[in-house]
Design a protein around this ligand. Structure first.
Ligand code: ATP
Length: 593
């Protein structure tokens, strides 16, 4: 019982919210409805003309045809205009509602914290923004076929009553049966539509994940299994969709059968009425014509109800995303400091991705302006997590993080991230030119500035060798560039932004010696005169850091300079030994103090 109530409330809320979207384009809807009303009046007048023409012919009054036929042509032309207006205006409203929903969804997704993207698969989000919105949009467009139905039904029923009230009452007896059937099918279709849309999101999820990871699929020779997995998911969607189609397809013929029974009864009783001189043959013809108009309109109402259920299913999935709270927001009194010196302080910071599993525990440290602090520790110790908290990608569970003495929760996110440069381990470049990638986040940078930063990042030398130089398109995910080249473009991008604070996910481990030394030189330039937090994987590269923090299981277990920590003989010293034993040539040279 309670469940039913909550389902109804949810449905009402979805409907109200969708109507609010449609209301924004009420002008188009009103124009569409006005055109539909005119088109229905025109249809009714066609029925009247038909009756007059037959009457004239039966009575031998042929001259009446001389004005009825031209008038008929004029009326039919008007019908074209009104029907066009009806289709165009409603379709325009549907397109605009779809556009607004897509815009709102995308903007809402862009504002979400990273945890949101861990909850939803990219493919599933894409399904919401494409398929679910399309369901809503197509459903609203379908209204075009039916906006005139109420006018047609009401108008026809009035005229039918005027012709013969008894016959009208008789034919109206079928209406409750039709009404019951339409509602029953609609309910079933809605549940099925929700399941179909959710299955489709699964298909999109698989597709997005496996196509973006195609290298891995190929490397493990998993193409056949991936094809099979996709087939299965796709087939499940189609099976579900066909269940809905079967329900919807039964609607038309059933309404037709019930309607035909009504017409048969009318013809039967109408015949007796003519015999009793209470009805003329031409009026019976007009009666049956109008009855057909009503039947057709009812069929449309039935199919509209099916569409309405599909629209509500799509809309609910769209609003489900729009209802997701934005977890990290600017405080109302947040500031955007004009100048930064770059002092970073973590005070007793703890953090957990999932409440039951703490990842950072009471982490405190300070980085003075211009200093380099390195985070080292075993895999999973929490190094990246510390770095993620500084630009507020995630919110600390307890403790405070300050920049220049201001809690970062009191700094506007845009201002905060504008002054933090990030060079991630896995470089992300977008499809577009190299120039566009370097200027990402620094719109309006001059050509000299772009080239100067590219030179400093040792990127200019390979860019000059490319066919289109800075205009070379790098391709999706920059597959046309080597790993080292991508990293140097990424460093140039960070350099051009000229941030006060730098987060460096030390990224040289996958490079050959030459690329590595180029990238390292570029990084050294990038670090100079900036506060830098380095996540170090290779200890040799951070031996000159002002402070090294050794993390283990989310706690800082050692802190000091390279020399101090080596002498301490703890975890850091062991990590150094391990890299030494693994035969890493750089530590071999660099760690000899
Ligand atoms: P590595 O050197 O391997 O990159 P790390 O020291 O940077 O490791 P983190 O990435 O900070 O470690 O991860 C710390 C812990 O948090 C790990 O146990 C990891 O499984 C967990 N973790 C990391 N990211 C998430 C996430 N988005 N959701 C849930 N748990 C996470």
């Amino acid at each position: 019982m309670n469940k039913d109530v909550s389902v109804i409330t949810r449905k009402d809320a979805t409907q109200r919210r969708l109507l609010a979207y449609i209301w924004q384009f009420r002008l188009w809807i009103c124009l569409g409805l006005a055109s539909a009303l005119c088109a229905s009046l025109v249809t009714l007048s066609i029925a009247k003309m038909l009756q007059l023409a037959v009457k004239a012919v039966v009575e031998g009054n042929i001259s009446v045809l001389n004005w009825i036929v031209p008038l008929f042509l004029v009326v039919v032309s008007c019908n074209w205009v009104f029907t066009f207006g009806q289709s165009y205006c409603i379709a325009a409203a549907a397109q605009k509602v779809g556009m607004r929903l897509r815009n709102d969804l995308y903007a809402h997704m862009q504002k979400q914290a990273l945890s949101f993207f861990e909850r939803y698969k990219t493919g599933a989000l894409m399904a919401r923004i494409t398929n679910d919105v399309l369901y809503v949009q197509n459903g609203i467009s379908a209204v075009v076929d039916v906006v005139d139905a109420p006018f047609r039904i009401t108008g026809s029923l009035i005229v039918l009553t005027l012709i013969n009230p008894r016959l009208t009452l008789l034919s109206a007896l079928v209406l409750p049966f039709i009404g019951f059937f339409i509602t029953h099918v609609g309910r079933k279709v809605r549940t099925i539509a929700e399941r179909t849309q959710s299955r489709f999101a699964d298909v999109m999820g698989i597709m997005e994940e496996r196509l973006s990871g195609i290298r891995m699929v190929k490397a493990f020779g998993m193409e056949a299994q991936e094809i099979e997995r996709f087939y299965q998911a796709n087939a499940a969607t189609v099976r579900e969709a066909l269940r809905g189609v079967r329900r919807a397809a039964s609607l038309y013929p059933t309404i037709e059968i019930i309607g035909s029974i009504g017409v048969a009864v009318v013809l039967w009783v109408g015949g007796y009425e003519i015999a009793a001189k209470r009805l003329t043959a031409d009026s019976l013809l007009q009666f049956v014509f109008l009855l057909n108009v009503v039947a057709l309109a009812l069929k449309k109402v039935g199919s509209l109800n099916v569409r309405r259920q599909e629209v509500l299913a799509g809309a609910r999935r769209v609003f489900d995303i729009l209802n997701q709270e934005i977890e990290i927001r600017d405080a109302p009194d947040a500031v955007a400091p004009a100048t930064w010196s770059g002092r970073v302080e973590f005070q007793n910071v703890s953090f957990a991705y999932n409440p039951d599993r703490p990842v950072l525990d009471d982490v405190s440290f300070t980085i003075e302006p211009g200093q380099v602090v390195a985070l080292v520790g075993p895999s999973g110790a929490g190094k990246s997590t510390v770095a993620n908290l500084l630009p507020r990608f995630y919110e600390a569970t307890s403790g405070t993080i300050e920049i220049d003495g201001t809690d970062i929760r009191q700094i506007k996110q845009n201002a905060l991230r504008e002054h933090i440069g990030i060079v991630p381990q896995e470089t992300i470049l977008f499809s577009g030119s190299i120039r566009e990638n370097i200027t990402y986040g620094s719109a309006g940078a001059s050509e000299e500035a772009i080239q100067a930063t590219a030179r400093a990042a040792h990127a200019d030398e390979f860019i000059q060798d490319l066919p289109e130089k800075y205009d070379t398109l790098v391709g999706e995910r920059a597959t046309k560039l080597s790993v080292g080249q991508k990293q140097r473009v990424s460093i140039a991008r960070a350099l051009l932004k000229d941030p006060k604070i730098l987060i460096l996910d030390e990224a040289t481990s996958s490079l050959d010696a030459e690329s590595e030394s180029l990238v390292q030189e570029a990084l050294d330039i990038l670090m100079s005169s900036r506060t830098t937090l380095v996540i170090a994987h290779r200890l040799a590269t951070i031996r000159n850091a002002d402070l090294i923090l050794v993390l283990d299981q989310g706690r800082i277990v050692e802190r000091g300079t390279h020399q101090e920590l080596r002498q301490l003989g703890g975890l850091y010293a062991r990590l150094c030994e391990m890299q030494f034993e693994e035969g890493d040539p750089i530590p071999l040279m660099a760690l000899e103090d």
